[in-house]
Design a protein around this ligand. Structure first.
Ligand SMILES: *Cc1c(COP(=O)(O)O)cnc(C)c1O
Length: 358
């Protein structure tokens, strides 16, 4: 079986499980779990923040950040497709009483600086109080460039606002940029976060831990975040058993994300090649984008349905959504590579696609 649904499906490796079993534990609500404390210290130092907080999920670290930065009736500027706006059950509005102000994306995934500037409300009783700008990197697998991130941070300071990065896959962005210019991915990650007030980072995606996300920021911010985490039910007790997996992930699984990126490219090249010749897929399968570890393909709906059923029978798992482009219906199919997918699995999947017949 090859599971391309998400990089969240990875299983903890034997070495990671050994680290979990060996972890010294305490009660993290009393802040005396040594492994959680070590993970938080390690992560804060790694990314150049004063402090960090371990929580069960990225949805929760984002919500905590939003609620720490914004009060009831405040507004957060987000992208139309940001996870914080679209994929977190409306948590910022439902639980935080925070108004999202979405902005349309540029084709490269960024939000135009002039659009952000124009969305900031004047101090006038008609409007919610603009407080926060949220970025997401990577977004749909796309890397928001370093110069762009720096200019968002600068704009935020100029406007007197706060800024947060949903960095669920921040390390994928850092590794992709570092691969391009031969620099150190950790240094890149630090530069991507520079000037931002807070960042959330998922341990359970490409980094391969079974559970967990980190929130990073100043001491004062993390103190506030700890109160919110408790309120939201995220205070865990002997959480070191999970934190050990996160620590192992940060120490061993960052550099190797480059392999996932190569595999996504290998998959894209192979599918492109097949689509050019295949009797059923020719003109029906189009690569939309391949960035970092995420590939999107649009497949004409009449072919997509039998193809997806066939791939599922063959043990190839994918996610898809309906997509309308110039009045044509497509399935937008997402292929995500991760540490449980090897180069041979990519070749295997391509061979299966090649053999697709009705
Ligand atoms: C997965 C993801 C999250 C949320 O993480 P969970 O741990 O699944 O709650 C947040 N933001 C982005 C961009 C993500 O991809």
């Amino acid at each position: 079986m090859t599971d391309f649904r998400s990089d969240t499906v990875t299983q903890p490796s034997e070495a990671m499980k050994a680290a979990m079993l060996a972890a010294p534990l305490g009660d993290d609500v009393f802040q005396d779990d040594p492994t959680v404390n070590e993970l938080q210290r390690y992560a804060a130092e790694l990314l150049g923040f004063e402090a960090a907080l371990f929580a069960p999920s990225g949805t929760q670290t984002n919500l905590i950040a939003l609620m720490a930065h914004c009060q009831r009736g405040d507004e957060a500027i987000v992208g139309q497709q940001w996870h914080t706006y679209r994929w977190e059950g409306g948590g910022m509005a439902v639980l935080g009483s925070i108004q999202p102000q979405p902005i349309e994306h540029q084709p490269d995934g960024t939000l135009a600086l002039e659009h952000i500037r124009a969305a900031v409300k004047p101090d006038d009783p008609h409007f919610a109080r603009t407080k926060l700008i949220v970025m997401e990197n990577t977004t749909g697998g796309k890397v928001l460039p370093l110069a762009y991130m720096n200019s968002v941070a600068a704009l935020t300071k100029e406007l007197g606002l706060k800024c947060h990065i949903d960095g669920a896959r921040l390390m994928n962005a850092a590794v992709a940029l570092a691969t391009e210019d031969g620099s150190d991915p950790i240094q890149k990650a630090r530069e991507l976060c520079a000037g931002f007030d807070s960042v959330s980072l998922c341990l359970s995606k490409g980094l391969g831990a079974p559970v967990g996300s980190l929130l990073l920021g100043s001491h004062a911010f993390i103190q506030q975040a700890r109160r919110l985490r408790k309120m939201l039910g995220g205070g865990m007790r002997q959480a070191g058993v999970l934190a050990a997996a996160g620590l192992y992930a940060l120490q061993h699984n960052i550099q190797r994300l480059a392999e996932d990126h190569q595999h996504a490219q290998q998959l894209a090249d192979g599918l492109q090649h097949i689509a050019a010749e295949h009797p059923l897929l020719k003109g029906k399968l189009e690569l939309v984008s391949v960035h970092t570890n995420i590939l999107f393909t649009d497949i004409a709906v009449e072919v997509a349905e039998p193809l997806l059923a066939y791939l599922s029978e063959q043990g190839i798992k994918l996610t898809s959504s309906n997509y309308n482009k110039a009045d044509q219906y497509y399935k937008r199919v997402r292929w995500v590579t991760h540490l449980d997918i090897k180069a041979t699995d990519i070749q295997g999947a391509l061979d299966v696609v090649q053999k697709f017949r009705l």
